[in-house]
Ligand binder design. Structure first.
Ligand SMILES: [Zn+2]
Length: 124
């Protein structure tokens, strides 16, 4: 069975081991099952994926592209594990699904003025 990601607009699939070795540069993608045994967390995951009227099955997965580095913990010094309470947060939704995010615009503006400051200090 090929594992593929259930997230909107995500085409990540689990790459068979034989294919992986051919392309060393391929970034490693991990797949995570939906927390079917934890109803409260499961609701948050479904809400995060914005897939209304959709129920994950034991064969539904989300790939590591939708989690932040801090959603993981390192076990045994190297193995990356998703924390028990992590909620996916990185998605590529189409415009109509994205709420107008004021905070983001403010951040962009700050970024822009920082850039301008940097450019000014470089020229002087
Ligand atoms: Zn994905």
């Amino acid at each position: 069975m090929v594992i593929s990601c259930s997230a909107f607009n995500c085409t990540n699939r689990q790459i068979p081991a034989w294919k992986k070795s051919c392309d060393e540069n391929q970034k490693e993608i991990h797949f995570h099952k939906f927390p079917l045994k934890n109803q409260a967390l499961l609701k948050k995951w479904i809400h995060a994926t914005k897939r209304e009227k959709w129920e994950p099955t034991p064969y539904s997965f989300l790939c590591s592209d939708h989690f932040k580095p801090e959603d993981y913990k390192i076990i045994l010094g190297k193995k990356k594990m998703l924390k028990e309470d992590s909620i996916p947060s990185k998605f590529k939704f189409p415009g109509h699904l994205i709420k107008k995010n004021v905070q983001r615009r403010v951040l962009l503006r700050i970024k822009h003025s920082v850039l301008q400051l940097l450019m000014l200090s470089n020229t002087s």
